[in-house]
Design a protein around this ligand. Structure first.
Ligand SMILES: *Cc1c(COP(=O)(O)O)cnc(C)c1O
Length: 454
């Protein structure tokens, strides 16, 4: 293994403000709509579900928003995170490209999710909320919320997508260790869950279904609010700390990225690393490319449609203007559980519509091969989600080699895979298959949206 070069930002230079790209967007995202009236959603209407400050952030058009000191103090447990020159991977690929990655796997829960879990728990705490509900796919967001809620003395009910609950029991143990209550979703705790179970007792569950359950419980139980780990504007805002730090670290390395890459579930880590750099495309003529790497089995950006859709499966959340595969699209049981979500956030969807970002869909056999190459070259076993970003990076690095150009590529390592070794085992045994979604399935799922707001 070749030694990699770490670029460390001093703690004193950790960002004091988050960056809100809406301020710089030439065309603003369309408004969210109320699920019943189909009228533009008003902030007050979100306050039943989310803490007030988070709702303010959701609707904010301010360019910079202060990070509370208590949140910054907690961030110091693992931030600023390292930027690493992936010289081992460069060598393995024999590419003229310079590859850097931002290592978000160093957080105590092993992913970038804590960047939003801490402020979300904090803003609920200062408002006097007692109970939090949330959903989790692979368990990363649930783990992050579990420790954040513990810190601020809030209790947490996690609805964990059934397929992950069964494939990834260790994340459930992590959540339990931090003191959270975890059920497999669909569950019998909510009306939504009972209805879904009655419809299909053998369902794998989905993030959309788990969201329905968590939202229902937050709306029906006193002193309870809901939290979401991706998609929404306030989550994207919190994750901007990744790119703001990376921007400073790239300066320290005396480089600027030609290409920025992140894997894509609902968009939080991709947007987090991308938007501070995209700001310079919008404001000062930089020409960086931004690539969202999504699974071929859940290709919302590459093959979905831009349309108003619900964030959940039952239709309780606001209607979001998003690239979507349809809110009851059932993705295949791929191992990147965190990428099995039907839609993309409103901001990133608008940027995709305008061609300001690109998307790439990749099969899991290619991503696991990329993950193993990365592990052997750089020493870190990436999360199955993150292997999508690595596979896209490898495609671009090999293209640079073919073209004989020295590109600077920056990707986000959203998490490590040490709790996902069962997936690696399956891959190594040759038991992982690729799932292509037939066009008819996507068309049928999206066709159901025609009646939503017309
Ligand atoms: C949740 C998760 C993702 C996908 O979510 P985004 O909101 O798209 O970032 C990717 N990687 C890891 C490690 C995750 O935990």
């Amino acid at each position: 293994m070749k030694t990699t070069k770490k670029i460390l930002l001093p703690e004193s230079e950790m960002p004091r403000q988050w960056y809100n790209i809406i301020a710089d967007m030439p065309i603003k995202p369309l408004p969210m709509l109320h699920p019943a009236t189909k009228e533009p959603l008003k902030p007050e209407e979100m306050e039943g579900l989310f803490a007030k400050e988070l709702v303010e952030q959701e609707f904010s058009t301010e360019r910079y928003i202060d990070i509370p000191e208590e949140v910054r103090t907690l961030f110091k447990i693992y931030r600023p995170s390292p930027l690493v020159r992936a010289s081992g991977l460069e060598k393995a690929l024999d590419t003229p490209a310079k590859i850097y990655f931002k290592n978000e796997s160093v957080s105590p829960v092993g992913s970038h999710k804590l960047n939003s879990a801490i402020p979300q728990a904090y803003f609920n705490k200062i408002q006097g909320v007692k109970h939090i509900t949330t959903e989790t796919g692979a368990g990363q967001w649930g783990s992050a919320m579990s420790i954040a809620c513990r810190h601020f003395g809030l209790d947490l009910q996690v609805f964990m997508v059934k397929i992950s609950y069964e494939q990834k029991p260790y994340r459930k143990f992590v959540m339990n260790t931090y003191g959270a209550d975890v059920v497999s979703s669909p569950s019998t705790l909510t009306q939504a869950g009972r209805a879904l179970l009655a419809e299909n007792p053998n369902t794998n569950g989905s993030l959309g279904a788990a969201i329905s359950e968590a939202v229902e419980m937050a709306m029906t139980k006193p002193d309870t609010k809901y939290t979401l780990g991706s998609v929404l504007n306030h989550v994207i805002l919190h994750q901007s700390i990744i790119g703001l730090e990376a921007e400073r670290q790239m300066e320290m390395a005396d480089d600027y990225p030609d290409i920025v890459i992140g894997c894509f579930g609902g968009g939080s880590n991709f947007c987090g690393i991308s938007f501070p750099f995209l700001r310079h495309n919008l404001n000062s003529g930089k020409k960086t490319r931004f690539i969202a790497a999504e699974p071929a089995s859940c290709p919302k950006l590459t093959r979905g449609r831009f349309e108003y859709d619900f964030g959940d499966q039952i239709g309780m959340t606001p209607l979001i203007p998003m690239f979507t595969l349809g809110h009851d699209f059932q993705p295949a049981s791929i191992h990147a559980g965190g990428l099995r979500y039907h839609g993309a956030g409103a901001i990133v969807s608008e940027l995709q519509r305008e061609g300001l970002i690109e998307a790439m869909d990749i099969h899991q056999s290619e991503t696991f091969r990329a993950g193993i190459l990365f592990a052997q070259a750089e020493g870190i076993i990436p999360a199955p989600e993150s292997t999508h970003a690595i596979a896209a990076t490898i495609r671009e690095a090999l293209k640079a080699k073919e073209e004989g150009v020295e590109k600077v590529i920056l990707f986000n390592l959203s998490g490590h895979g040490l709790i996902d070794m069962a997936s690696y085992d399956k891959f190594l045994l040759g038991e992982l298959s690729d799932f292509s979604v037939p066009d008819e399935d996507i068309a049928a799922s999206i066709a159901k949206l025609d009646k939503l707001i017309k």
